[in-house]
Design a protein around this ligand. Structure first.
Ligand code: FMN
Length: 234
């Protein structure tokens, strides 16, 4: 087989971080004494109604999540960037672990107070939702996966099952419907540690032509059927 040889247009680089641009999420958990903790992370991705969350293992949040097996995942929009930024370099760990001290982290017992965000009760889990976040999810831990074994357990990937989703009605395609309108959702993105928003839609998507109902997991269909049966007929 012949391969055309082109002159290289890339060079090998060694960036310290590889945060290539992912949404910021705020993870709500409960501390041992029942007080709420809130942590921004950007290592989160979803498959169906399941989500993988990536943490430095000695942060307070993964410790809380593994102990209580419950959390909330709150997605700020670009409008909440100042509040999110106030959470940066705060930890619920006391004492502050040495590697965080070296980066200028300080202990904070009241992250909601420090950020100016509002805690509200979740419906199914014992963990705080963030009222200002237009998208909120309640979740339970399903698995803890080893990650980057060469770091001797300093990183952990925690898999959670989404139990309930709350959306601000302004994000929806139709007020009574279930579909999020991507043109209205303005997620806060972290790219190489800086904050960005999304630009405008750049192209029509062939994938988006597939009816969304075909993606709905069986357990979510069941939830919807149960919810319809519980709704009183007026
Ligand atoms: C925008 C943003 C994104 C972050 N992404 C991550 C991440 O993906 N994983 C992680 O472990 N920490 C991440 N951090 C750092 C955590 O917020 C930090 O470890 C914090 O101390 C966690 O709080 P806790 O110790 O109370 O759990 C991020 C911080 C900011 C501000």
């Amino acid at each position: 087989m012949h391969r055309t040889v082109h002159p290289p247009i890339h060079r090998t680089v060694h960036p310290s971080i590889l945060y290539v641009g992912t949404p910021v999420v705020l993870i709500g958990t409960l501390n041992e004494d029942g007080s709420p903790n809130l942590a921004p992370i950007s290592s989160a991705w979803w498959l169906g109604w399941n989500c993988m969350l990536g943490f430095g293992a000695n942060s307070k949040t993964p410790q809380n999540l593994q102990r209580t097996r419950q959390c909330t995942i709150n997605l700020p929009s670009v409008a909440e960037v100042s509040q999110v930024n106030r959470l940066a370099r705060l930890t619920g760990s006391d004492p502050v672990p040495p590697h965080k001290q070296a980066k200028g982290y300080t202990f904070c017992a009241d992250k909601f107070g420090a950020s100016g965000l509002t805690a509200e009760d979740a419906e199914l889990v014992d963990a705080p939702l963030v009222r200002e976040c237009p998208l909120q999810m309640e979740a339970e831990l399903t698995a803890a996966h080893p990650f980057a074994p060469e770091t001797n357990g300093s990183l952990v990937a925690l898999e959670v099952r989404i139990l309930r989703v709350h959306a601000h009605p302004q994000l929806l395609m139709e007020p009574e419907g279930n579909r999020i309108n991507p043109s209205k959702w303005r997620p806060l993105i972290m790219s190489f540690c800086e904050f960005y928003g999304l630009g405008e839609q750049v192209h029509h998507s062939r994938l988006a032509e597939i009816p969304e109902d075909l993606y709905r997991p069986a357990r979510v269909k069941e939830m919807m059927t149960n919810a319809m049966q519980e709704t009183p007929v007026s």
